[in-house]
Structures are given as C-alpha cells and as structure tokens.
Design a binder for this molecule. Structure first.
Ligand code: FAD
Length: 446
C-alpha cells in the first residue's frame, strides 16, 4: 500500500523521513519554508527583533546556532546509519575533526539529500500554513510560496518535522519586569564580541550554556552561571577561569540592577541570558484539540510518534530530547514508513492510548514533572531504539554506537567538560565504527 505523504520541514528529520518514505515506495512532498535544506544547521548572523524571542510580532529566525559551534557528539555517533558522517566520504568535506564545526554538518546533510534524491521532492520557500484532517482520512495541507501564492494539496498522511529549537522557554525570575538590564535567550546569541567588559548572568547550564560561557569568558568582565541542578549554597569559581563562577539558581532581580542568587550572593549585572531550552510549537497544525502541547508535553503520542486517534495519518519525528538525533530520527522514520505501507500494524487505538496513559503514570510515579515527558536518559534511549528496531526488523544501534554514546557522554560531562571535543579515550570504538562503515562504500543503503 503506497501513500501520498506530506513532510513538514527539511531539517535532518524531514530529510531522513523523506528518504525512508521514498525507499518504501510512497510518494512524498517535503515542504520547507527556508531557501535551502538543513534546518537548524543553516547558520545565520541574523537575530530576532526581540532578543528574548517572546514578542509574537517579532521577525522569527529559525536557527539557534552560534558562530563558534562545534558538534557535541562525535561524528561516528552522530551520522545516519545509512550514510555515516565520516570525514571525506562525501563531496566537499573540509573539516576533518572528530567534532567538526557546524558548517560541516550542513554540508553532510545537503549531500545526504542530494545522494539519496530527497532534494528532488523538497519544495523550498514553501511554508505550511495549515494541515488538517478532512473527510475520508485525508489531510489537506495549505502552503504559501515565496511569491505569496497559496496552494492546497491533499495527502494520505502528514509527518511533522518542523524542529523544536526555535521558540524560547524562559526562566521565571521574581522581579525581572523592573530589572533594568538587557535580557535575551541563547536562541539569539551568535558571537561574544558585543559582551565586551559586561557582567553576564547565564541561566541554565546544559548544552548551549556550557558552550556560551566559554565563548563569553574571553570578552565579558564576569560570567555568572545560575544552575538549578546544584545545591543552594553553591558558589564555585570555574577551574581555568578567573572571571567565571557557578551559582545556584537566581532568587530575584532588583530595580537597582542587582541579581540575587539562592546562595546569597548579589551581582550587579548588565545582561541576563536565558539558556533554558525551547518550546514545542505547531502553529500550522489543526487537530481539533486531539493533539495538544501542555508544559512541553506533546500528547497524547504513542511512543512519542503517533497520536492514537489520528494514527497513522499523523506522526511526529524527533520529539524526544537528549538522544542521538540523526540515527534516532532514522529509526523513527523507518517505523513510520513501514506503518504507512501496512508492513507493520499498529495496536488498536485503545491499546495505544492505554500505553500512553501507563507511560504518563510511570513518569508521575517517578516524580518527574510533565515537562520531562520527552527527555530520555541513556537506558530509556537504548530501550526505545531497540524497540523501534525490533518493530522494523532492522538494524538498531550497533554495539559500538551504544558504547560510544556512553563514553562520549561521560567524556563531555564528567571527565573532560572543557576539552572533550579534542581529547577522548574511546579510540577503539572509533576503529570499530570505521570498520562497520566500510559496508556503506557507495554511501547508500539498499
Ligand atoms: P530542524 O533542523 O530545526 O528543521 C526543521 C525545519 O522545518 C527547518 O528547516 C524549518 O525551516 C522547517 N519548518 C518549520 N516550520 C515549517 C513550516 N510551517 N513550513 C515549512 N517548513 C517549516 N544535534 C546533534 O546531533 N549534534 C549536535 O552537536 C547538536 N548541536 C546542537 C546545538 C544547538 C545550539 C541546537 C539548537 C541543536 C543542536 N543539535 C545537535 C540538535 C539538532 O537540532 C538536531 O540534531 C537536528 O538538526 C534537528 O533536526 P529537525 O529536522 O528536527 O529540526
């Protein structure tokens, strides 16, 4: 059974879904509002008119990349299984480092799209304005081209891949409305130069916060990091820096420009930068309330992909976080492509709903807040990807990939937080990965 499928977005997720749907024999249109494929990996020096990213009338910018960004996963781990992200295995590869800069990722994705012919089904400059279910299980997708021409087309299914790193989430800081300094979100951070001699407070100490603090340290007068994952009394000078401190969370901001931390320290600051993550956002999706976003839970979704009531016509790729994104998207895409062709049969609506409810109850019982619904830890990631692979009867994460995910994480967060991109201990796993990659000599899977 072959279907006519609309994919919304041509980032890493949309491209690999496009590839897997085509491989399965479906006909595909990938809608992309931007002028090239690659999504988040298209760096721009442009920032939004509202640096906090909350004004609904702001000019929106999709990518959150900063200029200095190098990938935070080793390239062997990061690439699609069918198209390893190996230095020199594709046209134009120039950054041979194991943790290359963002430009190399964009080249890799664009080569993937070209080599697998996905670029042939992408409609650039075409923004999806509305996607809705109509009678007889068909979906109408309304889109607008660059020249403002609006079109509507009917599909059997829609796969949503619009990314979730563009709409900022902000920390709630008592007193912030009358604090006179400048506030922004890391979404609008590009380069450190404008922060010369300023006192900057970064709220959030995960992926972006960790990079940006080092970027800023050479320019700013002082960098203060507020983290909610440390004890209230924490006040630690950061090793290797004489102008950077780690604090517990911000307690309040005052009219006189000072900011008070839970550890009692008071800092007079010029800038507060929220490195506090992003919100899921589907402004184009009309489901009559069947799918909602509540406190960063997109639901109900069976295995983070199919809303039971609308399955298999509607699906989402790439919602889970703290995963190994590209090969993760690839496995979800294989599952969706096979479900749409009828090679894999989903459980009944009731069974899927029961599964979702059981998952929510388990989260609640473990004390995790709703906003953690799509955040996976390492055992969950392995369990989930093994489950997907078993469903699809395809290769799940290879043993070396599972081990490398663990070693890379340990290296980045425990052993060498400052230097993990240039020093590591898992060379034996790199050798195993490279041996495995030989089978993709033509760079294409059959
Ligand atoms: P995106 O890449 O965001 O693509 C979504 C696409 O949808 C965009 O092209 C957008 O224009 C399009 N779109 C949106 N709405 C519409 C619409 N209505 N109509 C048409 N098109 C639309 N991952 C890693 O693997 N390694 C890393 O080192 C890494 N570093 C990161 C650093 C930062 C700062 C950030 C923000 C993310 C990082 N990631 C990293 C995660 C990265 O975002 C994912 O790997 C992946 O690129 C996400 O792909 P996506 O396709 O889901 O979304």
């Amino acid at each position: 059974m072959f279907r006519h499928v609309a994919v919304i977005g041509a980032g890493a997720a949309g491209l690999v879904v496009g590839h897997e749907l085509l491989r399965e024999g479906h006909t595909v249109v990938v809608y992309e509002k931007g002028e090239q494929v690659g999504g988040s990996w298209i760096y721009t020096s442009e920032t939004e008119s509202d640096p906090l990213g909350v004004d609904p009338n702001r000019y929106p910018v999709h990518s959150s990349l900063y200029k200095s960004l190098r990938v935070n996963l080793p390239r062997e781990l990061m690439g699609f299984q069918a198209y390893p992200f190996v230095a020199r295995n594709y046209e134009g590869s120039v950054d041979l480092r194991r943790y290359p800069g963002h430009e190399e990722v964009l080249r890799y994705l664009q080569n993937f799209a070209r080599e697998f012919g996905v670029d042939q089904v992408v409609r650039l400059h075409t923004e999806v304005l509305n996607a809705r279910l109509v009678e007889s299980n068909k979906w109408k997708v309304k889109s607008r081209k660059k020249d403002d021409v609006v079109e509507e087309e009917t599909f059997d299914a829609v796969v949503v891949c619009n990314g979730h790193f563009s709409v900022p989430r902000l920390a709630q800081v008592p007193g912030i409305d009358s604090w006179p300094g400048k506030q922004m979100h890391s979404h609008n951070y590009r380069i450190p130069n404008p922060f010369q001699d300023q006192v900057v407070i970064l709220i959030g100490h995960y992926a972006s916060g960790l990079d940006i603090k080092r970027d800023l340290a050479g320019f700013a007068k002082e960098v203060h990091i507020a983290s909610r994952s440390v004890a209230d009394e924490t006040h630690e000078k950061q090793p290797g820096y004489d102008n950077m401190w780690l604090h517990s969370m911000v307690e309040r901001a005052n009219e006189d420009g000072t900011v008070v931390f839970r550890n009692g320290r008071v800092v007079s600051a010029d800038v507060i930068m929220h490195c506090t993550g992003y919100k899921y956002n589907y402004p184009f999706l009309e489901t009559n309330g069947i799918v909602t976003v509540d406190d960063n839970r997109v639901g109900p979704l069976y295995k983070h992909v199919f809303p039971p009531v609308l399955a298999p016509g509607l699906s989402f790729v790439g919602i889970p976080q703290k995963v190994i994104p590209f090969p993760f998207f690839e496995l979800q895409s294989k599952w969706i492509a096979s479900v749409l062709s009828g090679r894999i049969v989903l459980p009944s609506q009731d069974e899927m709903m029961e599964d979702v409810k059981a998952f929510y109850s388990k989260l609640e019982a473990s004390g995790k807040p709703k906003r953690y619904t799509h955040i996976m830890d390492y055992p969950q990631l392995i369990e989930y990807t093994d489950w997907l692979a078993a469903q699809c009867n395809c290769q799940g994460y290879e043993e070396w990939r599972k081990q490398m995910a663990y070693s890379a994480f340990k290296n980045a967060f425990i052993t060498r937080p400052g230097t993990y991109r240039d020093e590591w201990d898992d060379e034996h796993l790199v050798a195993e990965a490279n041996k495995d990659f030989i089978k993709y000599t033509s760079n294409k899977s059959k």
